[in-house]
Design a protein around this ligand. Sequence first.
Ligand SMILES: [Zn+2]
Length: 344
Amino acid sequence: MKKLNGTLLICLIMISACAQPSTVKHINETNIPEIALAPLRFLASDELMGRSTTRPEIHIAARYISEQFRSFGLRKLEGLADYYQSFDLKLNNPERIIPSENVMGWVEGTDPKLKNEFIVLSSHYDHLGVAKQPKMEEGKLDSIYNGTRDNAIGTTAVIDAARYFSKYPAKRSILFITFTGEELGLLGSKYFTEHPPMPLKQIVYDLNIDNASYNDTTAITLVGLGRTSADEDIQKACIVYGLSILPDPLGGRLFKGSDNTPLAEKGIPAPTFSLGMKSFDQSILNRYHQLSDEVGNFNLNYGMKFIRAYILSAKNIADNPVQPEWKKGDEFEGLGKSLYQRNQ
Ligand SMILES: [Zn+2]
């Protein structure tokens, strides 16, 4: 091979050195706070009445998310009606059937080979609805579970990621999913994995978001830290925004508490990206599934760092030439190997 001339070599070094800063610049420019936080303010507003899967307002939330996806030009999955994976939820007590929808769309990857692999970015958009009786909480009589942290912020981050990746696609394809029915027992994500609109083996990773609350704004919590090979990509992204990574404060018990579980149980490496929790103490319980989980007491500066670190994490994973996998000895390692037909 011909020797590179000096100017060309300097250019190549500069391009590789600048790749990360320009990505960060693009993430920040695509998601300025006034735009990036609009979904949070809408989804957590009183008008949506707590986004219960059993209330009519949940469909307004779904419509809003799907129109965001449309405005970014996301692709629709074959066989779905628009951006909806619609299904009937059968509920007991009283027995009834509730029409429900997961909302999803995707962006094609730029790499001719890696684009056949999908990274899922997921969150649940439902929450607890309205209390039977108004209650006094922190000096305020309230009855609406706004679910700002749980999980309007997660759904907002997925929408914001879709805004970024539709403009600046990654090497792998990215599927954005907002699940319904999580609070009733992961019903939307279970439906998705039991009726997958695409072969599950094409999904090589899921970076789910879900939250109780936070008590450390210098960190994110990765529920599933140490279990997949993508930790480093997430760590590199968080450092850029001055955030460190904390493990599950309940020593692993949170792992099976969110929509990452049905995907993990199919073998897909799937941790949950959460707001920073140094311990699962009273400061978390004061907001977790409480009426006071509102935008007014949520640290929006921290929320912006959290959203941007999530997008950059996804970008690092989606561009990494090595397919992420469960770590050796993990409870899901075998399922992963059979899903992706790797040698046992
Ligand atoms: Zn949640």
